[in-house]
Design a protein around this ligand. Structure first.
Ligand code: PAF
Length: 271
């Protein structure tokens, strides 16, 4: 695996390659990332993984500084997975140029996390667009756990006619149904137990909504999550994945979307 920290050197290396697959990450790699990377390596000759904790997508400085880092471990994982290139840019490498594409934010950016994290999705789409302009990948791999991010990147790519295919990948969960997330690394053992309890409540709630065909009741589920140890609940919503509408009862093509905090660690998922 070749490591690059400078876009000019990276671009010089890949200038004659037109089939690069790209997996953007913020490091602290877990089984979810590994699954995206394995898929990319299987589907393509050359996989490029980036590690960049993007300050412009954090709405909270503390959260940015507390973001877990494990570069040595990450590098070993990427080598084991036979990744071709690792790009670990500096802040200025990413932000010292004017982009060709105009950032397009679909109105879905205002919903769910967009209501609670000001400028978050602009920061995400902007940084992904910058990577795409630098690398010009044929494919980009993103996970369904961050459904909103995935959807918004797709819409930006479509709107700008960018020649990069978005490959959406399934969410990877542990035996307790917890989706892997870098932020999990910030939880202590007893907080992990709370997380398992909360996810179990949400999963049971979803099953009940389907089985009994009852209306979603945010205050009811919010209070249950708070009693189980959530510090704050931003939202719990049913979303139709095709229409992006919020039906009152759980129907076909729907998922339960949620965001909550344990301590000061924020979790999102949908299932
Ligand atoms: O999902 C993430 O880790 C980030 O939002 C991404 C896509 C790497 C952009 O910084």
């Amino acid at each position: 695996m070749k490591l690059f920290t400078n876009k000019k050197k990276l671009q010089n290396e890949i200038k004659n390659t037109n089939n690069i697959s790209f997996v953007p990450t913020m490091g602290a790699l877990h089984k979810g990332h590994q699954s995206l990377i394995k898929k990319s390596v299987k589907m393509s000759n050359k996989t490029l993984v980036s590690i960049f904790v993007n300050p412009r997508q954090f709405d909270n400085k503390k959260d940015f500084f507390a973001y877990p880092k494990s570069f040595k471990k990450d590098k070993a994982i990427l080598e084991r997975l036979k990744v071709t290139y690792l790009y670990k840019p500096s802040y200025s490498d990413i932000y010292n140029f004017k982009t060709k594409n105009k950032i397009f934010l679909h109105p879905f950016s205002k919903k769910l996390c967009g209501k609670f994290r000001v400028n978050h999705f602009y920061g995400v789409v902007d940084v992904v667009n910058r990577f795409i302009e630098i690398i010009k990948p044929k494919k980009i791999f993103l996970g369904n756990k961050d459904f909103q991010q995935l959807f918004l990147v797709k819409k930006h790519i479509q709107k700008n006619g960018i020649n990069t295919k978005v490959i959406s990948c399934r969410t990877i969960r542990n035996k307790k149904f917890i989706a892997y997330s870098s932020r999990l690394k910030r939880l202590k053992k007893y907080e992990n137990k709370k997380l398992v309890e909360i996810i179990t409540i949400l999963n049971d709630y979803k099953k009940k909504l389907i089985r009994k065909r009852i209306r979603h009741n945010f205050n009811y589920i919010k209070n249950k999550l708070l009693s189980a140890g959530a510090k704050k609940v931003d939202y719990v919503e049913i979303i139709n994945l095709k229409s992006l509408k919020k039906p009152k009862v759980f129907g076909n093509n729907c998922n339960l979307f949620f965001a909550f905090y344990i301590k000061n660690v924020r979790f999102i998922d949908n299932f």
